[in-house]
Structure formats: C-alpha cells, structure tokens
Design a protein around this ligand. Structure first.
Ligand code: NAD
Ligand code: MN
Length: 360
C-alpha cells in the first residue's frame, strides 16, 4: 500500500481559502480509494507568522519539510509585509534548498472554458528554469539616493543549469509524444547570458533528433502566445521569461483561477512542491469567492508525481465536468458561486466517477 506524507502550507490570503478545498478533495479520495494513504501535516507559516516572529518560517523549517514526500503550497503575500520579504523568506528558500530547478506549468484550455483569442485547442506546458537566471540576489546599488545612483542586477545563466532545464523539456516532449520544443530567448540584445542559453539548448536538442527545436525572441513569443497558442507543445524558458509567459499562458487559457504549477526536483532526492500560479489575491481575500480549481489541479499534479496519474485524471475530469455544466461558477468565470460551492461541486463528481469505476 502506498503511503505518502504531505506537508501542507496554505500561506496567506486566498491561499488558505483554496487550500481548504484541495485538502478536502484529498480527504475524499482517501475515503473512496483505500489503496491511497495520504497523511498531511499543516504548517501555518507565512505573513502572520512573520508579523509575530520576524521571519516567514522557523529556522528548522527546511529540515522539517525535507522529510515529506511532497509539499502542497497555497500562496503568500500580505499588504503588511514587503513582497520581497515574503518571496525570499519562504518560496525561494524552499525552491533552492530542495533543488526544485524545474517549474512545470500546464497551459491547457479546459473543456467548458472558452479562450477569447482563438477557438482552437490549447494544450502545452511551460518548462521554466526555476533555480537561477534573472532571479538572483547578486548585484547591488551604488550612490544610494543620489542622482548618479546605479543598480546592478546580475542574471546567472550556467551551462549546467540550462542543460538540466533543456533536457527536462526534451525528455518531457519525448515522453508525451510532442514534436516541438520552443525556446524563449533574447540573445539579440542580452548577449552574454542568452547566448549561452541558446547554445546550450541547441546542444541538448541535438541528442533528441526526433524533436524539432524552435527559438523565438521573448517579445515575439509573447505575441504568439496570444495569436496562435494552439501551435505550442513544450516551451522552455529562463526563470523570468518563464514566469511572465506562465501568467500570460494562464490568461489565454482561462485565467489565474485555473492555473496550476509544479516545482520539481526531478532527481527525487528532495520533495517537490505543487502550487497554483496565482498569488494571495488581496483584492478578493476573505470574501470566499476565490476559484479553488488552480489549487485542486495542483494537488492533482502532486498525485501524478507521487505515481497516481489515475487519480489525477479523475480530478481533472471532474473539474472539466463542472466547467462544462456551468451551474457552479466563481466570479472569475462569470458566475457568483463561492469557493466552497465550487469545491463541493468538484468533489461530488469525483465521488460519482470513482463509484462508477468501482462498479458500486
Ligand atoms: P495574484 O495572483 O494574487 O492576483 C492577480 C489577480 O488575479 C487579482 O485580481 C486576483 O483577484 C485574481 N486571482 C488570483 N487568483 C485567483 C483565484 N484563485 N480566483 C479568482 N481570482 C484570482 O497576483 P498579484 O495581485 O500580483 O499579487 C498579490 C500578492 O500575491 C502579492 O503579495 C504577491 O507578491 C503575491 N504572489 C505570490 C505568489 C506565490 O505565492 N507563489 C505568486 C504571485 C504573487
Ligand atoms: Mn509569477
């Protein structure tokens, strides 16, 4: 019997609201399918914790998290704490310490959701390099406060880091029967780091003769995401480019309320972390109207990672069924249902599907 230990980190704002629904989905699966044993421990780290203790999580937090098979994360961000403090105090240490160097973000137009730009099927993934690149704390400021003030922010692109991201993208394409990997670049203007990126991606691509590599400048690629999103299969990008492309991809495929992500440690020597693309949404936090689908889908990605692709598929099918029925829709989808109504609707379908599957 599989037993999985999950660390649940709801975080701030709507993170807590949508996490409740995702945990209830997992509880339901546990009840319906005795072959899955999941144990959760919930950690209340985040901005409240910071306001009380002066840090986002305790000093031994990473040691504690290390023992889990996976981390299910909500979102962080609070108006009372600077965003760089919340990000560098919690998310970045987890991603870095646990070598979660791949951020995988599916961009998929779910059944029942329409894209305002194209009628076509959208179904691709963004493989974002998650450990280096533009998000570094290397650099500094000179002559602070003076007119001559200068800020230097270094981008760290390494051959080894880029190789790993590129290899993940090509292997993903190979494994999922995709024909093309698209690389996001800007080597016409960012001539040191992005040229190394291009060279390395090309080099890795040569090992995968059956897969075509195309390279687009990030500005043009952003436009193509809107104009012809149906053409992409696997997109590989540096940390910043991948971050921007994921929000864009998410907007094209129905919005942040529907977009999950996985921070992966492909070697499996540390836990991977699963979280929605969205943040803590202070504009709607506390109202109980956030869409829990991105969080529930993130939990499905987690189950897939833990070897239960069958359960992940049931969750996704249930989400799509609710979206097709259109009876329960949160405000971001144009309705006026609540977070918990959406969660319950999805759980009802999961229950039906699993009972049918077992012939009960
Ligand atoms: P955001 O994703 O929180 O919100 C952007 C917009 O999308 C808002 O209008 C919000 O209401 C809407 N939205 C987001 N998720 C939704 C959902 N599930 N259902 C319905 N609507 C949803 O991004 P932001 O406004 O740029 O940032 C707010 C805070 O979140 C900031 O403090 C930021 O640092 C933080 N943030 C955290 C993460 C993370 O935890 N990984 C990611 C992004 C932003
Ligand atoms: Mn982002």
């Amino acid at each position: 019997m599989t037993s999985h230990r999950i660390a649940v980190l709801p975080g701030d704002g709507i993170g807590q609201e949508v996490m409740k629904e995702a945990v209830e989905v997992l509880e339901l699966l546990k009840k319906l399918d005795p072959s899955i044993r999941i144990e959760f421990d919930t950690f209340g780290w985040g901005s409240e914790y910071y306001l009380e203790h002066g840090k986002m999580m305790p000093d031994d937090a990473l040691d504690k998290l290390k023992k889990y098979d996976a981390i299910l994360f909500g979102a962080i961000g609070d108006k009372r704490v600077p965003d760089d403090v919340t990000v560098w105090g919690l998310i970045m240490p987890i991603r870095k310490k646990f070598k979660q160097y791949i951020n995988l973000r599916p961009v998929k137009l779910l059944k029942g959701v329409s894209c305002r730009f194209t009628g076509e099927d959208i179904d691709f993934v963004i493989v974002r390099e998650n450990a280096e690149g533009e998000y570094s704390n290397s650099g500094g400021r000179l002559y602070q406060g003076l007119d001559q003030e200068i800020a230097v922010q270094n981008t760290i692109i390494t051959r080894a880091g880029t190789k790993k991201a590129a290899r993940f993208a090509f292997e993903y394409a190979e494994k999922h029967g995709k024909g093309t990997v698209t690389s996001a670049t800007k080597s016409n203007a960012i001539i040191h780091s992005m040229k190394l990126w291009d060279e390395t991606v090309r080099e890795v691509g040569q090992e995968f003769q059956a897969i075509n590599l195309q390279s687009y400048y990030i500005d043009a690629l952003a436009a193509y995401f809107v104009l012809k999103p149906e053409e992409f299969e696997v997109v590989v990008a540096s940390n910043l480019f991948g971050d921007i492309l994921s929000d864009l991809g998410s907007a094209v495929a129905g919005g942040l309320g529907l977009s999950p992500s996985a921070n992966l440690n492909p070697e499996g020597d540390f836990p991977s972390m699963f979280e929605p693309v969205h943040g803590s949404a202070p504009d709607i936090a506390g109202k109980g109207i956030a869409n829990p689908i991105a969080q529930i889908w993130s939990a499905a990605l987690m189950l897939e990672h833990l070897g239960r692709a069958d359960l992940a598929a049931v969750i996704l099918e249930s989400i799509e069924e609710v979206l097709v029925q259109k009876e329960v829709q949160t405000p971001d989808l144009g309705g006026n249902s609540t977070t918990s109504e959406m969660g319950s609707a999805i759980r009802d379908i999961i229950q039906q599907l699993l009972l049918v599957k077992e012939g009960r």
